[in-house]
Design a protein around this ligand. Sequence first.
Ligand code: GLU
Length: 457
Amino acid sequence: MTVTVRFAPSPTGRIHIGNTRTALFNWLYARKHGGRFILRFDDTDLERSRKDYADGIARDLDWLGILPDQTVAQSERFGSYDAAAARLKAAGLLYPCYETPEELERRRKIRLSRRLPPVYGREALKLTEEEKAGLEAEGRMPHWRFLLPNFADDPFATRRTEVHWDDVVRGPQTVDLASMSDPVLIRADGTYLYTLPSVVDDIDLGITHVIRGDDHVTNTGAQIALFRALGAEPPAFGHHNLLTTVSGEGLSKRTGALSIASLRESGIEPMAVASLAVLIGTSENVVAAATMEELADRFEPTATSRSAAKFDPAELSGLSRQLIQHMPYDEAARRLAALGIDGAKAEAFWNAVRGNLERLDDASIWWRIVNDKPDGEAGLSDEDRVFVREAMQHLPQEPWDGGTWRAWTDAVKAATGRKGRALFMPLRVALTGREAGPELAGLLPLLGREETLARRP
Ligand code: GLU
């Protein structure tokens, strides 16, 4: 069977690095197994879901290099959920309950005081048709619970019922269905909670592996029972640890600074984000992978640790710089052309500057410095100005190459006696207007003799 995974965000905000971890675990799992990746928008909450968020999420995934084979929206599939709910009701597996939250809370406290597990006692199953009709006549609308298969004949005599699965991330897992309440699948206002639509979609879309955060481990027990109740074999499951901020708080959609959109806007490389989102909280070293293929090779779900992993955005800039530093021209060419950096000099230019860039877009600053004029106001003392003028008299004849800088500065050193910083810094400032930047050995041939002379102070 073709491996088929899905990433299922709710389009009620933009995705952050934590959601990205889930998306990438799925994407890389599919890549490793020649599988398919479905983007599923969990947008049954019609009030809070927005099209612009869905579009934004698709754009963020695209930027990261995640290209779904198929995209579906739950809001278009209510018919299937209604049909599944009707089947469960007909089988007596989805039953109406009328308790208010206050009533449920009172009962919970009573159970706790009697040292009973605080799970729902299935009192609604005892209601007669007349009692239900009476409650509805009072204006109470039912919410609907799924009857967990945690008993032999009598639903009021639950017994330990273990559900097992071999988690693709965590290894063998066990959940006891008697330790949980029958989950509510449909609210009193008729809207669906996440569980039923998710299981129906996973069945209809042929999902073979559900990979998600470990906050869903307990849900998985109930969902496995729901798959079976709907006559389907459950898929495999994998639950990865969650990411937190450095101070240990959970990442929420409101953690705006860590949204993928804001990282993209700040010029961080997508593979830096992807590498950190995947490799953090695993036993692998966090080193930037240059391509998805490379990251897929390094990705080993079982190497993920159990505890939450702290995510430090400061690590991103370092990884991003590493990637830029080693990025071959071919890979950068399209993005450089978009910045107006192309033509005969472009490749040599890229090789000269890439080691000094914080962001790829900063290449345009150096393109201007090389092709137009020095940038910035770094000034020369009178003494240094005299020195640079003298140095210009020793400029080698063309053709120039990577050795020209060395030849020139050796000649200047011999003629003036200056060396070290006193020799290099005034030349750097005169040629670029800055006190720091890429190696002049690389920049000098790009400037050429005529332009270098034109920068004589
Ligand atoms: N929309 C759900 C969530 O974001 C999806 C969970 C799942 O992958 O099943 O929590």
